[in-house]
Write a protein that binds this ligand. Sequence first.
Ligand code: ACO
Length: 431
Amino acid sequence: MADTDKSATLTIDGASYDLPILSPTAGPDVLDIRKLYGQAGVFTYDPGFTSTASCESTITFIDGVKGELLHRGYPIDQLAGKSHYLEVCFLLLYGNLPTAAELEKFEDTVTRHTMLHEQMYNFFRGFRRDAHPMAIMTGVVGAMSAFYHDSTDITDPHQREVASIRLIAKMPTIAAMAYKYSIGQPFVYPRNDLDYSSNFLNMCFSVPAEDYVVNPILARAMDRIFTLHADHEQNASTSTVRLASSSGANPFACIAAGIACLWGPAHGGANQACLEMLKEIGSVDRIPEFIARAKDKNDPFRLMGFGHRVYKNFDPRATVMKQSADEVLELLGVENNPILAVAKELEQQALADPYFAEKKLFPNVDFYSGVILEAMGFPTSMFTPIFALSRTVGWISQWKEQLGDPGMKIGRPRQLYNGESLRDYSDIENR
Ligand code: ACO
């Protein structure tokens, strides 16, 4: 972020204050208000951070108007088409695409960290058997700080690196175990002869009673889902990770906070909510009824998988996801899947409706991901855990970046207080 010659002038009660304007490498200029309170004694008010840059970052860039998503400068459609998840992890973590030797070493390191501390298996067994896998993941990832003491010192670059690798490597194991636990099947240990996504599918779907052979096309689709969710700049869960980290909390606690935030239906929980909505709609003829409900101000119902804080155009991830849905369903011989038919028709009808056009509401990444995941055999409760495991690298990359920032401060927003002003305590008999 470069200083510019430009500045803005703010006038309050006749006094003027110059606010520097910073120019990023991409995106709109940024008004620097860091000294505003000290100089003018006023706060800014921006609930939901609709106009506020909370940090400086070099990782991911979104142009919401164009519908563009870049990781370290590379467009997401190129990464989803030509790269693969672990290469994208390297890119996000270290800033550049790896050489062949770097990639081999990175893949080997991740592969050799996929097993969990054996005592964690006991920890899992403490959850109710019908616990939501996101509840389990939040608890288990937070508990990693109780099992991996040698990677919680955030001031030590080596420990930070070990924690990063551990989280990326173990998250599929944790997500798969949460799934196995919820369906009463034995945990499946990771296998080092399988790639990242094949290993995840194997840990989810193999059982001791018979062999499970990972279909390479499904593994590729899984990998693409991971890639499409890898990072998304300062969204709610990433900002949660950064805020937790700003106090100096350990990495496992920070990522657990991110998982908790992701769970909500306005964020990562939307993929589960979207598929449940598509099932509730059930058939194409009921779509107008649901569109009418989404438009009704007196009805809290929203079209899940539609709309985005930043994208005011197609979410570029949704475009890739839609192609993937077609491929996966064709492979599985379920091209005539009624849920996909509802999804496609709903998309058409909503896009043609002036309400959605005027508010610039387009399908987001979650609109088609649930259709694919369900066709692959995942229950809806696993959709958000899969998002969480994919996003772990983004959270970790942003966390590392923040810790390397010499200007890092504890995150501490101010408020617009509208409560009672000072009053005296009254004894209970006088109230
Ligand atoms: N269906 C119907 N109307 C909608 C929808 C929707 N899905 N999304 C937004 N709107 C309307 C709002 O009612 C509002 O209308 P108004 O201006 O008349 O009051 C307007 O569009 C703007 O919506 P906001 O909620 O103010 O926009 P915001 O940026 O705060 O919310 C969000 C973005 C949370 C994603 C919202 O679009 C939404 O709830 N979508 C459905 C849930 C979803 O798919 N979430 C996944 C996001 S992507 C991700 O996290 C991976």
